[in-house]
Design a protein around this ligand. Sequence first.
Ligand code: AMP
Length: 398
Amino acid sequence: MKILVINCGSSSLKYQVIDAVTEELLAKGLCERIGIDGSFTYENVKAGLGKEKCDVDIPDHNKGISLVIEAVTDPVKGVTTLEEIGAVGHRIVHGGEAFTSSVLINDEVIAAIESVSDLAPLHNPANLIGVRACQDLMPGTPQVAVFDTAFHQTMPSKAYMYALPLEYYNKYKVRRYGFHGTSHSFVSKKVAEVVGKPYEEIKTIVCHLGNGASISAVKNGKCVDTSMGLTPLEGLIMGTRSGDLDPAIVEFIAGKENMTAAQVVSVLNKKSGVQALSNNLSSDFRDLEAGYKAGNEYAKLAVDAFCYRVAKYVGAYAAAMNGVDVIAFTAGIGENSPFVREKILAYLGYLGVDYCEERNKQRGDVVKISKDDSKVAVYAIATNEELAIARETYALVK
Ligand code: AMP
């Protein structure tokens, strides 16, 4: 059986076709600028045919999905038949409290996803457009929803409640949810496999450091805390997001700059983070690392503040779990930047972290960074959210 994995945004749609049994990636690609003009990228990974990109009018997501189906089932360049696609796995950003695991999509599930859309107004409606397009074009094929929030639903109330009037939780479900759950789940499970310990008997801190960044504490197979909150704005400093700050700043800036609260929050989401701290040099850590090494003081500030925040969270989560066995770095920065990893690890000697500079420079899907006798093991592990979605999907339909 083949699984089609769909990650649908408001104007883009990423897809992969994965063999459910061998877990081989067969094809992948991207529809971009949907509703604007359109461009379509397709790569037959199985045959190693390389990327093909073409400009094609994509007025809506239905057209995008039909291009995907045409490409992956093409008799010459395709990788499957339509009948062989046993299910579609959709990334859904927010499942609220309703979803603690992946589910087969039906009308009730769609209604429940819609009902929490105000918690993720940019993402959930776009995710559902992808679901509906697939339902239209592949009516007999089961669709599965895999939620970014589900993995974190095991957090205890002391970790997920904000110290606010309870009525906001009771009326509006204002609480911490956490995101990147598929990645935190995938990487924490991989850690247990790599170190050869049962998942239920290991304490892991997963640092998902990408353009969006979050960190989670996974104790004995359950997420007990994570840094993102009601929305993905809380926690670590990110590419363009501020992460944690004093909430009074919103009113203060709004008053000074004659802005609405919504406008200030938009600044916190889109114009803050390392982009802002680096004096708008870049939100990309490749540029920041180059700037840092060239002596740019703002690049240094951005990188130092980012690493300091991560190190503080690691300390907090070691306390939350009464210790930590493994620290795992993942996502764009976590997997690819020895420079950032080293700056974070330099804070963690007190925990018993002893890292090896040479190992830290190596690349691979699983790289051990700590010395063999380090009290806490440290790894860089490549995340694979699409494979995790395919696994969840297959588990529900096989
Ligand atoms: P992600 O959101 O996981 O795709 O991560 C994207 C981010 O990873 C980019 O914005 C960069 O900041 C970072 N990144 C990717 N490759 C590298 C690299 N070789 N060195 C440092 N940072 C990188």
